[in-house]
Write a protein that binds this ligand. Structure first.
Ligand code: ADP
Ligand code: MG
Length: 731
C-alpha cells in the first residue's frame, strides 16, 4: 500500500474523540450571547440611537451621521465588554465565500498611549482593498474601488477564532458607482420588491398588515471525512470532490445510514458546531445522518430571508472551522463522491406578515383560506412562468453533478403540491365558472374546499422527495439548491418572480372589481385561470424517472443539465422583466454577474482538469508501472526457476492489461490537457465555459473511468490514494 495512505488509515483508526467545547446549561441561556441583539442594543444605545436603528430596520430609512456615531459607540462598548479588540465588515462577494478585513479598535495617540476608537463612519462604510474580488468588469471600467456598507437588518456579531474575538458587521458590497458586487445587495432589493408587491394583495384580506417578509429555513447537507485521509487526496483538497475513485463494494444500497445512529466523533463535532451556532444566534435545531455514508444534515428554525442567508454563510464558515478542531474536514461540495448521493440545501420559503400570518399556511376560516389560496396559486403561477430563471439561479459546476443524475431533483423545474392540494386545484378549476361573476352561482363560490384545507397542513405523509419544488404544508421547499451555494442567489429569484406575479395579479383583480365584480368572485376567477395556465409545471409523479423526462419534453418544459447553458436563461426576456425592470439588477449588473458565473465555471473545470491530469501522471501511472515491475520480476523468476511456461499466464495477462490501461491513461491525459488549452482561447466567457463543458468535461469522465478500472486491477498495496471504502466507512 502507498505508505502515506497506510499511515493515514492507521491515524484514523487510532483517533480519539475530541471533547466538544460546551457552554453548559440550557441553550436558551447562551443563545445569541455573541450577537448585538435587541436587548444588547437597548442596554448599550441611547433611546434615540436605538430608535434610529429600529426604524432603519423596519422602514429602510437612512441613519444620520450623528446617530451612526452613537450606534458605533454603543456597539464598540458592547464588543469590548465581550472581549473583542477588533472589528470587520463582513460581506459575501461573488467568490462564493465570505470575506472580512480586520481593523483594531486601538488607535495610538501622540502622548505615546492610545485609545479604543470606532466611529460612525467606520461602522457605516469601509473600503476594503478588494480589487481581486470578481466584478465582471464593473470596477475595471470605472474605478477599482469597492465599498462595503452596513446592513442594519442583519445584527452585528462577535466571531471567536481561537482566543481572538472580532466584532463582525454584516455589510453589502458595492462598486463606487453603486453597482452590487455581492449576493446580498440584490437580495435586499428583491425582498423590498416582494414586499411592495405583496402588501396590496395582503390588504385585500388584512388591512392591518404593514410589512411582508420572505422567510427562509435552509437544510444544510454535508459530508465529513477524516483529516488524515483528506490530506492524501489532492482532489479533495483543491477541488472539494474526488475526481477519481472506484465505487466501493458496499455503497449506500442498503440505505442503513439514513437516520441511523450518529458516530461518536461526528456527534462531538455536531455538539461543538451547535454551540458555536447558538452563541451566534443561528437557531439550528435538527441534526441527523443523511442518505449516503458519512453524510449528515443540520437545519435551523426559519428566519427572515436576509438573516437566514447570513446565518447560512456563517454556518458554512463555522463548519469548516469546527471540523478542524475534530481532525475532520467538512465537504460542502454537491457531489464529493461519484455514485454516492450528493448534497443539497433545501430552501424552505414562505412569506409572512407583521400581523403574524404565514401567507402559505392554510387557515381555519374560509376567508383566510382565500388568502392562502391566493398566495399558493400565485407562487405556482410564478414558477410556471419563470421556471427557467429558477433553474439558472441554482446553476453551478458542482450542482451539475447532482441535477439530472437520477438521484437528486432533476434539472426540470416542476411543482409538487401533494395529492390533497392537487385535488383542491382541480376542484377550483372545475367549479369556478369562466364567465362574469354574475354567471357564477353562490354555490360556486362557497367551495367546500374551504373547510377541508386545514387538514392539509398536517398531511405531510405523501412527501415526494423527487420534486425540485414542493409544497410541504405551509411553505414551498426549493430542493434543487446545491449544498455549497449561497442561498441569496435562488432566494433573490424566488422573491423576484413571486413579486412580479403578485403585481400582475393585483392589476387583474383591480380591473375586474372596477368592472363591477365582487372581490371574492374576481379572485377565484383569476386563480382559476392561473391554475389552468400553470398545469404544465404541476407534477406529482417520480421526478427521477425517465418517463418524466419524456413527459416534461412533451409539456415544453426545459431540461438543461449543464451550467453554461442554464445561464443563458439570464439573457431571456423573462429575466429582463423580472430581474431588471423591477430594479433588482441594472442591465449591466446582471450581465456582469452572468459573466462572472461563466468565468467561475471555467475556472472550476480548468482546476479540476489540471488536478486530474497531475494525479494521473504523478501518482496513477507510477502505481501501474510499479505493479507491472513486480509482475515482470515474478514472471522472470518463474522462468528462471524452470516452472512450466503457463504458470505465469495470469501474470502475463495482467501485465498486458495494466500496460494497456497505462497507455490509455497517458493518451487521454494528453488529450485532456490539449482540450483545456484550446477551451480557454474562446471569445467570450460564455463561449469559454461552453467549451469547457462540451470538450473538456467528457475527457475528464473518460480519464476517470480508465483510472477507476486500473484501481480495480492493481495491487491494493501500491495504490497511492485513499479508496472510497476508506473515506466513507472508516470512522
Ligand atoms: P423536513 O422534513 O424537510 O426536514 P421540516 O418541517 O423539518 O421539514 O422543516 C424544514 C425547514 O423548513 C426548517 O428549517 C423550518 O424552519 C423551515 N420552515 C418551516 N416553516 C417555514 C416557513 N413558514 N418559512 C420558511 N421556512 C419554514
Ligand atoms: Mg426538507
Amino acid at each position: 500500500m502507498g505508505s502515506a495512505r497506510k499511515t493515514a488509515i492507521q491515524t484514523v483508526i487510532n483517533r480519539e474523540v475530541v471533547k466538544p467545547r460546551l457552554e453548559g446549561g440550557k441553550v436558551s441561556e447562551y443563545f445569541s450571547s455573541n450577537v448585538f441583539t435587541d436587548d444588547a442594543m437597548r442596554h448599550y444605545l441611547s433611546e434615540e440611537a436605538y430608535k434610529a436603528v429600529k426604524t432603519a430596520i423596519k422602514e429602510g430609512t437612512k441613519i444620520s451621521r450623528e446617530m451612526a456615531d452613537a450606534v458605533a459607540a454603543g456597539m464598540k462598548a458592547w464588543a469590548i465588554d465581550k472581549g473583542a479588540n477588533s472589528y470587520t465588515h463582513w460581506f459575501q462577494p461573488l467568490t462564493g465565500l465570505t470575506a472580512e478585513k480586520h481593523d483594531m479598535f486601538f488607535m495610538p495617540t501622540i502622548d505615546g498611549k492610545g485609545v479604543e476608537k470606532f466611529s460612525g463612519d467606520a461602522l457605516v462604510q469601509q473600503e476594503p482593498d478588494a480589487s481581486s474580488f470578481p466584478s465582471g468588469g464593473i470596477r475595471a471600467t470605472f474605478e477599482a474601488r469597492g465599498y462595503t456598507a452596513w446592513d442594519p437588518g442583519s445584527p452585528a456579531f462577535i466571531m471567536e477564532i481561537g482566543d481572538g474575538k472580532t466584532l463582525c458587521i454584516p455589510t453589502i458590497f458595492i462598486s463606487y458607482t453603486g453597482e452590487s458586487l455581492d449576493y446580498k445587495a440584490p437580495l435586499l432589493k428583491s425582498s423590498h420588491f416582494l414586499e411592495q408587491a405583496a402588501l396590496p394583495v395582503v390588504h385585500l384580506f388584512d388591512k392591518d398588515a404593514t410589512k411582508v417578509t420572505a422567510t427562509l429555513g435552509w437544510e444544510q447537507e454535508y459530508f465529513l471525512i477524516d483529516e488524515a485521509l483528506f490530506y492524501q487526496r489532492p482532489d479533495l483538497m483543491f477541488a472539494g470532490r474526488t475526481l477519481l475513485g472506484a465505487a466501493p463494494q458496499k455503497g449506500q444500497q442498503f440505505e442503513d445510514h439514513y437516520f441511523g445512529s450518529i458516530p461518536e466523533r461526528v456527534y462531538a463535532y455536531m455538539l461543538d458546531l451547535e454551540t458555536e451556532c447558538h452563541k451566534l444566534g443561528i437557531p439550528v435545531r435538527t441534526r441527523h445522518n443523511e442518505v449516503a455514508p458519512a453524510q449528515f444534515e443540520c437545519a435551523p428554525m426559519f428566519e427572515e430571508v436576509n438573516v437566514a442567508v447570513d446565518h447560512n454563510s456563517l454556518l458554512m464558515d463555522l463548519m469548516e472551522r469546527v471540523a478542524r478542531r475534530h481532525k475532520l474536514r467538512v465537504l460542502l461540495h454537491e457531489k464529493p463522491f461519484a455514485g454516492i448521493n450528493g448534497s443539497g440545501k433545501h430552501n424552505n420559503w414562505s412569506m409572512s406578515t407583521d400581523t403574524g400570518k404565514n401567507l402559505l399556511s392554510p387557515g381555519k376560516t374560509p376567508k383566510n383560506n382565500i388568502l392562502f389560496l391566493t398566495f399558493f396559486v400565485n407562487v405556482i403561477k410564478a414558477v410556471s412562468e419563470y421556471a427557467d430563471l429558477l433553474r439558472a439561479s441554482i446553476a453551478s459546476a458542482n450542482n451539475d453533478h447532482r441535477l439530472g443524475a437520477n438521484e437528486a431533483p432533476p434539472a426540470i423545474i416542476s411543482v409538487f403540491t401533494g395529492s390533497y392540494m392537487a385535488d383542491v386545484l382541480n376542484e377550483i378549476e372545475k367549479r369556478v365558472a369562466k364567465g362574469k361573476y354574475d354567471e357564477l352561482t353562490n354555490a360556486n363560490l362557497k367551495l367546500d374546499i374551504h373547510n377541508k384545507i386545514p387538514d392539509v397542513m398536517l398531511d405531510n405523509t405523501d412527501r415526494n422527495r423527487t420534486s425540485p419544488f414542493a409544497f410541504t404544508g405551509n411553505k414551498f421547499e426549493f430542493r434543487a439548491v446545491g449544498s455549497s451555494a449561497n442561498c441569496a442567489k435562488p432566494m433573490t429569484v424566488m422573491n423576484a418572480i413571486v413579486g412580479k406575479q403578485l403585481l400582475n395579479f393585483k392589476a387583474e383583480i383591480d380591473k375586474l372589481t372596477k368592472d363591477g365584480e365582487t372581490k371574492e368572485g374576481a379572485i377565484m376567477r383569476v386563480l382559476r385561470q392561473y391554475i389552468t395556465d400553470s398545469k404544465k409545471v404541476l407534477f406529482e409523479g417520480d421526478g427521477y424517472s425517465e418517463a418524466w423526462e419524456k413527459e416534461a419534453k412533451k409539456r415544453g418544459l426545459s431540461n438543461v443539465k449543464t451550467t453554461p447553458y442554464a445561464l443563458d436563461f439570464y439573457n431571456s426576456k423573462g429575466a429582463k422583466e423580472v430581474l431588471v425592470a423591477t430594479g433588482i439588477y441594472s442591465a449591466r449588473e446582471l450581465e456582469a454577474r452572468v459573466d462572472i458565473l461563466h468565468h467561475n465555471y471555467s475556472l472550476k473545470i480548468d482546476t479540476e482538469a489540471s488536478l486530474l491530469a497531475d494525479i494521473a501522471i504523478s501518482k496513477i501511472i507510477p502505481a501501474g508501472v510499479e505493479y507491472m515491475n513486480t509482475l515482470i520480476t515474478n514472471i522472470k523468476g518463474l522462468k528462471e526457476a524452470g516452472v512450466a511456461a503457463n504458470a505465469a499466464k495470469a501474470q502475463k495477462a495482467i501485465v498486458t492489461e495494466v500496460a494497456e490501461l497505462v497507455n490509455s491513461i497517458k493518451d487521454t491525459t494528453d488529450k485532456l490537457l490539449a482540450a483545456k488549452e484550446k477551451a480557454h482561447n474562446g471569445k467570450s466567457n460564455a463561449d469559454i465555459s461552453k467549451a469547457y463543458c462540451d470538450k473538456v468535461k467528457p475527457l475528464m469522465d473518460e480519464l476517470r473511468s480508465q483510472i477507476d478500472t486500473l484501481e480495480a486491477v492493481v495491487d491494493d498495496n501500491v495504490w497511492p490514494l485513499p479508496k472510497y471504502r476508506e473515506m466513507l466507512f472508516i470512522r
